[in-house]
Design a protein around this ligand. Sequence first.
Ligand SMILES: [Zn+2]
Length: 240
Amino acid sequence: MKKFSWDARLRRAEQLASAYLFAAEILRFYLPLARFQKELDRHLRASCKPAANSVENSALRQPLDLPLLLPRFSPFLSVIASAAPSPLAQLSRDLLQEGSGAWSVLLADYWKTGQRSESMAENPRLFFPRAFLQPYAEFLAEHTAASVTGPAPRLCPVCGGLPQCGVLRQEGDGAKRSLLCSLCATEWDYRRIVCPACEKAGRLYRRRIQTPSPGSLRHLPRLHHHRGSHPGRLRRSRRR
Ligand SMILES: [Zn+2]
């Protein structure tokens, strides 16, 4: 599945910021972040030659190339400090004070364990390695073969990360579901009647985001049996 280019993401954010004022603040923060990510992606493609495809599961998470990445982390923190909402900007300034030793530990630890557990979302400092390493993860994923044996996995077949959301794409008279990795943006097919959280089939509950996205995509951030685990607007799907 072809991924969205950085330019396409920037254009999309600009369109949405103009059309939806309630989301303009977060989108205006996203724009300088995505410009930084685009430049980091360009730097990686010019400097880095990934090893040949590997079929080993989670092979993408080989030791982090800190000599390549670390010099870019301070400029990244400066972008966040100047563009982010106040609490995140302050966290960024705090991290800038900690120096390269602490940054190395933060990045390397995240690279080993990031996006493998939902509890990671509870630590706001993990925003920084996640956003910074996203272009690196996507770049390596382009050169890493997915490892799938047996039924479709609930975790990313390239990096072992949790899915960020589900995607329905029109196919024939119906729709086909896939999951989108929260770390490396790999998209892989997943059975539509199976819950990705507990891997059981049956009646699912769905929280639907009505997105004015191009084409017929509908992004479903959670599909789960356990209605109580998703406070907020929930919508019962029809039984399949
Ligand atoms: Zn992945």
